[in-house]
Design a protein. Structure first.
Lengths: 325, 324
């Protein structure tokens, strides 16, 4: 190949290289991706919209895209109502609040709060409790695996990871029997311990990756300066690992928040979280779809926010820290 | 640092080179626990928790798998039946049928996710304007609770009132109430694949994207110099260099879908009949509806062994990717 030919190829390559695609390719690729994104987000938008529909609009045929928004779904989610005769309702004193009014329009009166708030509280307590424990234990173990020579470290790490790979239904069988003996069935403590055990494996793997990235020199300098190991960990390593710890915590929280199999098999009332509760929000004659959609929306919003926050670390989180960039 | 050294270890400070390690080790011992002790102290709670919540119950379950325990008939005397449960499972046609259903689900959903995920990754890698925003949108489904997803898809897939059937009828002219995605034997297995793909294709996409970005530019530049066609570049550079990442995604998805319980349980709960009864749903029925604890323990162990084998391969692949 002559020098001139090489040169022409080179200039050509800078113009049409794969790395820097031509504007037309870019527009084409962008169009397809946006199309996919729109299709993928439609089901979610449908649910958000259903939450603002009235019962009859929610089950209308053909499905309604345009409808008069109402907060009935949300009111139904938070209350228990009883049907009354129009005469009875006419005799009642005028409604005190906007939601009383809304309910009476359907010939109903509010009989009390529904179980959704206690279920939400359970989700929060179990989620945060297990996340805190898993991240705490995980940070300690990850630091040890990252900095010290531990005999059989690889086997221990594999053991830790493999516990998370187990089918939850299979794990639930002996846990169910064990919890029955220990009186932990349907308790928040039982669920916190179980979720901690599942999450700690992710926490160790993720945090080990994050701590591995902090240069040892910082700690060594601190040790030389007379810090003990624990002081160096607290004052040098932890501040640098804060982002990693936060990302790990969010992953643990999302897992506990979303978990269904253990929750449905091991809780029945006291410690029930949102995922097994939502499908059983029943109205008159089957699932109360606007209320179910309202619960789903409230349940999903934090996850959407966390996903945006986590965007940079998502890849790490879903691969146990194997793929980083 | 020199002054600090002098203060801490005045005796050794005069010997250059030797002073450093001696002083730091000595300082550590004086000020607190030895590294060895700390290492064990830090790892022990995690291991203890996993032993208590995972390993001890597992061992208990192995014991139970050799018994006839049935929680709905706990008045029966507990009897050791040897390998009877395992024999019953492995010779039961129903179990094999569930495993087949599961295998079909795993293979078709993972295949579809690889095609869509890899395709999306190739497109996103073109770095068009706003790609970051749209990528985040595409990633949303995989962050949701599978149970909640299964539940709200039942609304979307209702034959009469659901928007899915309506859309299909608009596009094809088939009346919307003439088919039921979750209630029809011929469609239900595809429905769970469809919803699973909606949820998890982004997972494959994200990992493939990482793979594509790990390929250095100069390789493509060299290929351009050699006048390799775009097609050739894809087959000789892009694909082989993304394969380890793809393997990781495939393995992880395969393991997860092999265990699949939550989404399908709420979407079809194994129905209609048992057309979508995956092995996990079958296990749940045996253990928590028929209360055949001995039998289901044995089935659980069979699943454990399978997943454990797959997990082993997963970790090996993972380490390979890590070395890149």
């Amino acid at each position: 190949m002559t020098a001139a030919a090489t040169k022409s190829v080179l200039t050509k390559s800078t113009a049409h290289s794969i790395v820097e695609a031509s504007p037309r390719t870019k527009a084409f690729a962008g169009g397809l991706v946006i199309l996919y994104a729109v299709i993928t987000i439609l089901p979610l938008l449908w649910i958000v919209a259903t939450a603002f529909k009235s019962q009859s609009d929610a089950i209308a045929y053909p499905p309604k895209v345009i409808f008069e928004p109402t907060l009935e779904g949300y009111v139904n989610l938070f209350t228990v109502r009883t049907r009354q005769t129009p005469d009875f309702i006419a005799k009642l004193p005028p409604p005190e609040t906007w939601y009383d009014k809304l309910v009476r329009k359907r010939d109903m009166v509010i009989a009390g709060p529904s179980k959704v708030v206690p279920r939400f509280v359970n989700s929060l307590i179990i989620g945060f409790g297990s996340t805190f424990l898993a991240v705490f234990l995980g940070t300690l173990a990850a630091y040890a695996f990252s900095r010290f020579r531990i005999p059989l470290a690889d086997d221990l790490l594999f053991f830790i990871l493999s516990t998370r790979m187990m089918p939850p239904v299979a794990v639930a069988i002996p846990i169910y029997l064990m919890y029955r003996q220990l009186n932990l069935t349907d308790t928040r403590l039982g669920m916190i311990l179980l979720y901690t055990a599942v999450n700690v494996s992710l926490a160790v793997w993720l945090l080990k990756g994050f701590i591995d990235e902090i240069p040892r020199e910082y700690e060594e300098a601190a040790l030389v300066d007379g810090y003990t190991r624990l002081q160096a960990l607290r004052k040098v390593v932890l501040p640098q690992a804060v982002t990693g710890i936060a990302a790990t915590a969010i992953f643990c929280l999302i897992f506990s928040w979303n978990e269904y199999a253990f929750a449905v098999l091991l809780t029945s009332g006291e410690a029930q979280t949102m995922p097994p509760f939502i499908p059983f929000i029943i109205g008159e004659g089957g699932q109360d779809w606007p209320a179910v959609a309202a619960a789903t929306t409230l349940f999903v919003v934090p996850i959407v926010m966390f996903t945006v926050l986590l965007r940079k670390h998502l890849l790490r989180g879903i691969t146990f820290g194997a793929v980083r960039k | 640092m020199d002054t600090m050294t002098t203060i801490l270890q005045p005796d050794h400070a005069t010997i250059p080179g030797v002073s450093k390690p001696v002083k730091s080790r000595a300082a550590r011992r004086v000020h607190g626990l030895s590294d060895r002790a700390i290492a064990w102290l830090f790892v022990a709670p995690t291991i203890a928790l996993l032993l208590a919540i995972n390993i001890f119950p597992l061992i208990w379950m192995i014991r139970l798998s050799f018994t006839n325990l049935n929680l709905s008939m706990s008045y029966l005397p507990l009897r050791f039946v040897g390998l009877d449960n395992f024999r019953d499972i492995l010779t039961d046609e129903d179990v094999w049928f569930r495993l087949q259903t599961t295998a079909q689900f795993v293979i078709s959903s993972v295949a579809l996710q690889v095609v869509i995920g890899f395709g999306l990754a190739l497109l996103i890698n073109r770095q068009f304007r706003g790609h970051s925003f749209w990528t985040t949108i595409i990633l949303l489904p995989m962050m949701l609770s599978p149970a909640v997803v299964g539940n709200f898809w039942t609304l979307l897939l209702q034959p009469q009132i659901g928007p899915f059937n309506y859309l299909i009828s608009l596009l094809t002219g088939v009346p919307p109430s003439s088919f039921s995605m979750t209630g029809q034997v011929s469609l239900a297995p595809w429905t769970i694949v469809l919803v699973d793909t909606w949820m998890w294709a982004p997972y494959v996409m994200l990992i493939c994207l990482a793979g594509l970005r790990s390929i250095p530019d100069y390789i493509y530049e060299a290929a351009e110099v050699d006048r390799a066609s775009a097609w050739r570049q894809f087959w000789s550079i892009t694909l082989p260099m993304t394969v380890p990442f793809l393997m990781l995604a495939v393995l992880f998805r395969a393991i997860e879908n092999f265990k699949m319980f939550d989404m399908v349980n709420l979407l079809t709960s194994g129905g209609p009949g048992s057309t979508t009864e995956l092995v996990s749903i079958s296990l749940k029925r045996a253990a928590f509806e028929k209360w055949r604890t001995g039998y289901s323990s044995a089935l659980a162990i069979i699943l454990f062994v399978t997943v454990f084998g797959a997990a082993n391969i997963y970790v090996k692949t993972l380490n390979k990717v890590k070395q890149r």
